[in-house]
Design a protein around this ligand. Structure first.
Ligand SMILES: Cc1cc2nc3c(=O)[nH]c(=O)nc-3n(C[C@H](O)[C@H](O)[C@H](O)COP(=O)(O)OP(=O)(O)OC[C@H]3O[C@@H](n4cnc5c(N)ncnc54)[C@H](O)[C@@H]3O)c2cc1C
Ligand SMILES: NC(=O)c1ccc[n+]([C@@H]2O[C@H](COP(=O)([O-])OP(=O)(O)OC[C@H]3O[C@@H](n4cnc5c(N)ncnc54)[C@H](O)[C@@H]3O)[C@@H](O)[C@H]2O)c1
Length: 467
């Protein structure tokens, strides 16, 4: 048995906890997977490194209506893949080497571990580790449906689809959320024939209804979108392709593709940690239960010295949330007498698809329910890109920003943008909400650069019928 001052399970955002403050104390970092976790190796970073060239590949489709005739000669999948993973793998290797070799007080254990108690765990090799403080930052993993053929080598998750040897000619994506939307864009723009099997009535159903409906409509123009459709089985063909059996509104149908991407959500790694057996509280979706200070709960009470952050305990499954929670835990580990709470009031998110979607705060439905519950009133304004100068320049006919505010105070309750660079132009709204700037002051109390795309936000704010 080896004892440490601090033990961390998970080298994603968990890795950021090891600051110089720990230089004179014994720390162990444990990760059974690739060093650096999901975002770096198989998540945000490589996906967005694919999304950017996908935007370039889509340019000819966009540009011709502006009078610029471009053509796409070729997408060099293998070159793109090598460029991305040469960079990503080097960062992972470098981070690993730093932790494994360069810090005398830090031990790196590269094994999956299971909890044996509140602040103890066991490696696969049988070593038991105990710690004064333990941080559970074990992330989440892709969910696989229980259907025949799911283990075929042609069936991928986001963990493997970016490393395919060859770009598939035909790809079936199961799911209609973030990952489905982003990879449909990447592969579709690169020239793959993309079919989406979406169980529900539309894509991105977690977003505001107007945004989800508009995205779904545009998705149907770009990809073979099968709504209300389940995949009931997959079988291998002699030529290396697979046939998926779809069950949709028109009945059953077979679809032959070269690869399948499963994107039906991610589940927290609490089961693999043995969190329930260790007596820790979990939510219905498997997430660890934590209090506002990121302390793990047992029978509803925080366990002293046991912390969690990121996907294993967060309802958000977003890197900026995992990083925020890591900063909170980093502080709290060192200052038990002055704990800080994490701030989840205004968590923004963006889907880097085509078009982009970005959101923060309440959807319109949530705002209406809030208004009813609180006896207040809300107002909504929608500003189309196409009614601003930059939108004219783009000849944009789809993009819009929707802002929802409380009528009598002008407090911004939610913002939802669909269109070019939505992930960037939403940021001033995140800032306003975070710092309590009302819609009227935000719109009129500053210059807005003319004719930048941010005028979409300015005009939406000006159109809000606040008192
Ligand atoms: C394809 C994809 C794209 C994404 N894009 C974005 C994006 O654009 N923006 C965004 O904000 N978020 C994005 N996300 C989400 C983001 O990647 C995650 O929210 C974030 O990485 C979670 O960080 P974490 O530190 O909680 O977990 P992770 O980074 O997953 O780290 C957990 C680590 O724990 C290890 N581990 C698990 N169990 C054990 C165990 N029992 N013993 C030892 N080690 C263990 C794992 O090997 C892993 O390395 C994306 C996710 C995916 C899958
Ligand atoms: N840009 C980003 O920030 C980004 C990008 C990718 C992933 N992520 C994170 O990763 C998480 C996982 O992404 P995801 O796209 O896998 O999940 P998701 O929750 O976004 O979408 C899952 C989709 O699968 C469908 N679904 C669920 N169970 C199903 C089943 N059994 N059969 C068929 N369809 C089913 C859902 O209706 C939904 O459309 C996201 O929730 C997000 O937090 C973020």
């Amino acid at each position: 048995m080896t004892h440490y001052d601090l033990a961390i399970i998970g080298s994603g955002s968990g890795n950021t906890l090891i600051s110089p403050d720990w230089d004179d104390r014994k720390v162990v970092l444990v990760d059974g997977g690739t060093f650096g976790g999901t975002c770096l190796n198989v998540g945000c970073i490589p996906t967005k490194m694919f999304v950017y060239p996908a935007g370039l590949a889509a340019a000819p489709t966009e540009s011709s209506r502006l009078g610029v005739d471009l053509s796409l000669d070729r997408v060099r999948w293998a070159d793109i893949r090598e460029r991305i993973f040469t960079r990503v793998d080097a960062i992972s290797r470098g981070g690993r080497a730093y932790r494994a070799e360069e810090l005398p007080n830090v031990t790196l254990i590269e094994e999956y571990v299971r909890l044996t108690g509140e602040k103890s765990f066991e490696t696969a090799a049988g070593d038991v580790i105990t710690a004064d403080q333990l941080v559970l930052a074990a992330g989440s993993r892709a969910v696989l449906p229980d259907i025949p053929g799911i283990s075929l080598p042609q069936v991928h998750t986001s963990d493997t689809v970016m490393r395919l040897d060859e770009q598939p000619r035909r790809l079936l994506i199961i799911g209609g959320g973030y990952i489905a939307a982003e990879f449909a864009h990447v592969f579709g723009a690169f020239g793959t024939r993309v079919t989406l099997a979406v169980r529900s009535a539309g894509m991105l159903r977690h977003l505001d209804g107007t945004v989800a409906d508009a995205f779904t409509e545009q998705a149907a123009h770009q990809w073979d979108l099968r709504l209300g459709t389940d995949v009931t089985g997959i079988s291998a063909n002699d030529d290396g392709s697979v046939t998926a059996r779809l069950s949709g509104p028109a009945g059953a149908a077979d679809l032959e593709v070269d690869a399948v991407l499963v994107a039906i959500g991610r589940t927290p790694n609490t089961d693999r940690l043995g969190a329930a057996e260790a007596g820790l509280d979990t939510h219905d979706d498997g997430r660890l239960a934590v209090d506002g200070f990121q302390r793990v709960l047992r029978n509803g009470t925080p366990v002293e010295g046991l912390w969690s952050l990121g996907d294993v305990s967060s309802p958000y499954q977003l890197k900026h949330v995992a990083n925020h929670e890591a900063k909170i835990v980093a502080h709290n580990l060192l200052h038990p007498e002055a704990l800080r709470a994490s701030d989840h009031r205004f968590v923004p998110a963006a889907v880097f698809s085509h078009p982009q979607a970005a959101s923060v705060g309440m959807t319109e439905d949530q705002a209406l329910a809030y208004a009813e519950a609180e006896g207040t009133a809300v107002v909504t304004a929608v500003q189309h890109y196409g009614s601003t100068a930059y939108g004219w320049a783009m000849e944009d006919s789809h993009g819009f920003a929707k802002i929802i505010a409380e009528r009598h105070t002008g407090r911004i309750l939610g913002a939802h943008i669909l269109g070019h660079e939505a992930s960037m132009i939403i940021q001033p709204l995140v800032q306003a909400m975070s710092f309590g700037l009302d819609a009227h002051t935000m719109a009129r109390g500053q210059y807005w650069i003319h004719p930048a795309l941010t005028e979409v936000v300015e005009n939406a704010l000006l159109h809000l019928a606040i008192d």
